[in-house]
Write a protein that binds this ligand. Structure first.
Ligand code: GGG
Length: 353
């Protein structure tokens, strides 16, 4: 089998981590008996600065025939953040109906959590984030710009289809894991969309009598991700709340540099996209010390999505083994001094399919 993988390295450290990780993915594919071709799309903020758009008008058409997309990062000090997000990442997620954003938070053996008393294996949950609408629906506007009475309106959009889809995905995942779903809202303050969300969780929860349901307001959840992260199994949240909570999940499990994500088109009609949770990290760009592990783990999720489980496991296991080894190279975010390339070279030595 030969797959087509579109790569969009993007901004900042995105190209550093994507380019470093690809040879490892080729090794894993080789060993597992399949191959893939990559097509690289140099879209992002530099293109925006030169041509006024993060990607071309026919960008989605050019990606559509690929089996999966691997993205690095977006974000640039000279380009407003809403431009980078709305110019590239969000149109792909929405255009390809990637309604399920899956973000695991795992504290690996050998990784130190900033939380006292937590060791490898103590934290292992996954956030299911609604990925196409909610607070990121881009509905609203600004009026009276340049006057003292200027005004901004931003509305959230919560459709039954998309909400049911993410909630059902979370319940399905819980049946394969520890059997618990934590639903995050702010339904005390947002009495329309979030109460609608609660209603859907209740309806779908009734179909899964074996799954325990916990409901948390997002402020309490932010606290509990730090106070008792070991008690989460599957967390389901809206686009904004999922975005925020997964950064907390990444940091309590050691580093943003270790957090992978998958943006899944569940019907398989369009390609799904895999990307590290972290952004473009302009503070370390060009130094060669970006942690490639979030991208590597995202590649494992990509292989799993393609049905190439042996390659997915090999990549994930190589990371697990590496971070557990106190003598293995580590990038500065994990307390080491190693370069991106050293980490990947060591992973390639450890890879066994
Ligand atoms: N690696 C993807 C990336 O650059 N993310 C930056 C970001 O701001 N993401 C927001 C989001 O995931 O919605």
């Amino acid at each position: 089998m030969a797959y087509e993988i579109a790569t969009i390295p993007g901004d900042g450290i995105g190209p550093e981590v994507v380019d470093a990780a690809l040879p490892l993915f080729e090794d894993a594919a080789d060993a597992a008996g399949f191959s893939f071709e990559t097509e690289r799309f140099d879209w992002g903020s530099e293109r925006y600065v030169e041509e006024g758009a993060m990607m071309p008008d026919d960008g989605l058409d050019r990606l559509e025939s690929s089996d999966s997309i691997l993205l690095g990062a977006v974000g640039h000090p000279e380009v407003p953040d809403h431009v980078t997000l709305h110019g590239l990442l969000l149109p792909i997620r929405k255009g390809f109906d990637q309604g399920i954003c899956k973000r695991p938070s795992v504290l690996f053996d050998g990784i130190e959590s900033p939380l006292r008393g937590y060791e490898g294996g103590d934290i292992d949950f996954v956030v299911y984030r609604e990925n196409t609408e909610g607070e990121y629906a881009d509905v609203g506007g600004r009026e009276h710009l340049g006057f003292d009475n200027d005004v901004a309106v931003q509305s959230g959009v919560f459709t039954r289809d998309a909400t049911e889809r993410i909630v059902r995905a979370a319940f399905d995942a819980a049946t394969e894991r520890e059997g618990k779903v934590t639903s995050i809202t702010k339904s005390n303050a947002q009495a329309h969309s979030m109460v609608f969300w609660d209603d859907i969780v209740e309806e779908i929860g009734d179909e899964y009598p074996g799954v325990e349901v916990e409901r948390l307001l997002v402020d309490a959840a932010s606290m509990d991700f730090i106070r008792r992260p070991e008690q989460f199994d599957v967390v389901v949240a809206s686009n904004l709340f999922g975005d925020i909570l997964t950064d907390i999940g990444a940091i309590v499990t050691g580093s943003m540099g270790l957090a992978p994500s998958a943006n899944i088109n569940p019907e398989g009609e369009y390609p799904s996209m895999f990307e590290p949770v972290h952004g473009s990290a302009p503070d370390i760009v060009g130094q060669g010390v970006a942690n490639p592990l979030a991208t590597v783990l995202s590649g494992s999720m990509l292989f799993e999505h393609l049905g190439e489980q042996a390659a997915a496991d090999a990549v994930w296991d190589a990371v697990t083994e590496q971070v557990a080894d106190p003598d293995a190279p580590r990038t500065p975010d994990l307390g080491g001094e190693a370069a991106t390339e050293d980490v990947v070279a060591d992973l390639r030595d450890r890879l066994s399919v």
